[in-house]
Design a protein around this ligand. Structure first.
Ligand code: NAP
Ligand code: HSE
Length: 432
């Protein structure tokens, strides 16, 4: 007799796991109509089976023994929403080894060990989907793999970390200091007690490695991503940025010129007229430019119980549909292009530079001469008095090579007339 439902093992019953249960329960009818099968949660793996849960009707399904999911032949799909590398990686590989399909929201794991997991899935003819791992509720991975399959993507720019976007938005709106806003974000539960992964850009870097791999069809690794976080962004930088027409965003950039690629995450000045500049609070957005389609932008909640769970359950629907069609294991396109990374002389950007100099005759001329000697041309300059016989110079350059800008900064650090290099940010999203 044909099966009426497919059984799944849920690993993790925290924020996302709870959302997955809620959506499966609330949308069961729709899910069944779309797939032809019901989705039945057979077991739920947790760390502490005694903990009180938001959904008590599931208590009889809780277990702390992974074997009750992995060794149950009736369970065909594992949804991993435990997070972290271990034991999530071992559980996913064990599930694939036993021929079970996997849906995960785990960006840490997919950014670091995605290739190994996808190879194992291919070997076993299983699906592995991870839509929720990047930008939570925004279906960006499916868009890259399926929607853009006919195009060649040249550029992706992402605000893919809600915590840092909340902090930078608040700093911009209220003229507040980084440390005060971070404390407030922690008190409100937007930032974690240990915020390093978010504020130093590592979370966004993992997401950009995943986006670049799928968008460019190239096997990007986490170490290919240049990362700088927001902990040194000051309210003065934000105020000067505004004066010159920019907002500062922690921007992930993945750009392809010819076959050469660069991927980075860093605080970036974005023109106020660019749609990314208006993405505020915990929201995420991914801008994608394709050779044929031109500019597109995806916007929505990057985290949270139900938004993230919608992405998980939509992956689940794909697994069930694939099963009906007998095409499991053939969904995700493996990277098939050679990885060619740009060197620093090929990474072109405009730059915002803020320095403090001695306020005397000829200093501005020396600075502009240095920039000219290093091939850097200026677009905008502001100079104003600083403290005690010093002046502050704020500049925006025309397109410059990263290697040239690094050379300028190294030289300025040795100059007697330069007392401080306050900040240097990439400028993206303008005409190029
Ligand atoms: P969470 O609230 O901390 O929940 C984690 C769950 O996993 C808990 O139920 C916990 O059990 C269980 N668990 C932890 N370690 C375990 C172990 N060793 N063995 C068995 N169970 C274990 O985490 P979350 O926020 O739902 O995040 C889950 C995943 O989704 C992560 O990969 C995260 O990066 C990703 N994600 C989350 C969001 C979001 O908005 N939260 C957005 C996008 C992606 P107990 O309940 O017994 O403690
Ligand atoms: N810490 C992440 C963020 C959660 O702030 O966006 C979603 O991955």
């Amino acid at each position: 007799m044909e099966k009426q439902s497919i059984k799944l093992g849920l690993m993790g019953f925290g924020t996302v796991g709870t959302g997955v249960v809620r959506i499966i329960q609330a949308h069961q009818d729709d899910l069944q109509k779309q797939t032809g099968l019901g989705i039945e949660i057979a077991k739920i793996l947790v760390q502490d089976a005694e903990k009180s849960r938001h959904i008590s009707s599931m208590n009889s399904l809780l277990t702390t023994d992974p074997a009750e999911l992995l060794d149950n032949p009736d369970i065909e799909v594992i949804v991993e929403v435990i997070g972290g590398i271990h034991p999530a990686k071992e559980y996913i590989l064990a599930a694939l080894e036993r021929g079970k399909h996997v849906v995960t929201a785990n960006k840490d794991l997919m950014a670091l060990h995605g290739a190994e997991i996808l190879n194992k899935a291919q070997e076993k003819g299983c699906d592995v989907f991870y839509e929720a791992s990047v930008a939570g509720g925004i279906p960006i991975l499916r868009a890259l793999v399926e929607g853009f399959s006919s195009d060649r993507i040249t550029k992706m720019m992402g605000i893919v970390n809600g915590t840092t976007n909340y902090i930078l938005s608040k700093m911009s709106q209220e003229g507040a200091d980084y440390s005060d806003v971070l404390k407030e974000a922690q008190a409100l539960g937007y930032a974690e007690a240990n915020p390093t992964s978010d504020v130093e850009g590592f979370d966004a870097a993992r997401k950009m490695a995943i986006l670049a791999t799928l968008g460019f069809r190239v096997p990007m690794k986490l170490e290919d991503v240049d990362v700088k976080g927001i902990s040194s962004v000051s309210k003065e930088d934000i105020a000067y940025g505004k004066q010159l027409g920019y907002e500062i965003k922690l921007l992930g950039l993945a750009r392809r010129d010819g076959e050469a690629i660069e991927v980075s995450v860093q605080p970036t000045m974005v023109p106020k007229s660019h749609p990314l500049a208006s993405v505020n609070g915990v929201f995420n957005a991914v801008y994608v430019h394709g050779e044929a389609v031109g500019e597109t932008m995806f916007y929505g909640p990057g985290a949270g119980e139900l938004p993230t769970a919608t992405a998980v359950v939509s992956d689940l629907v794909t697994v069930v549909k694939n099963r009906k069609l007998g095409v499991n294991g053939r969904g995700m396109v493996a990277p098939y292009k050679e990885k060619i990374l740009k060197d620093d002389s090929e990474k072109l950007s405009k730059y915002f530079l803020r320095i403090v100099v001695t306020d005397k005759r000829g200093v501005l001329a020396q600075i502009t001469q240095l920039l000219a000697d290093k091939n850097i041309s200026l677009e905008q300059v502001i100079q104003q008095p600083y403290n005690n016989g010093e002046a502050e110079i704020i500049m925006v350059t025309h397109l410059s090579a990263k290697s040239d800008m690094d050379g300028v900064i190294a030289y300025m650090e040795q100059m007697d007339i330069v007392s401080k290099i306050e900040s240097c940010y990439r400028v993206e999203g303008g005409d190029k």
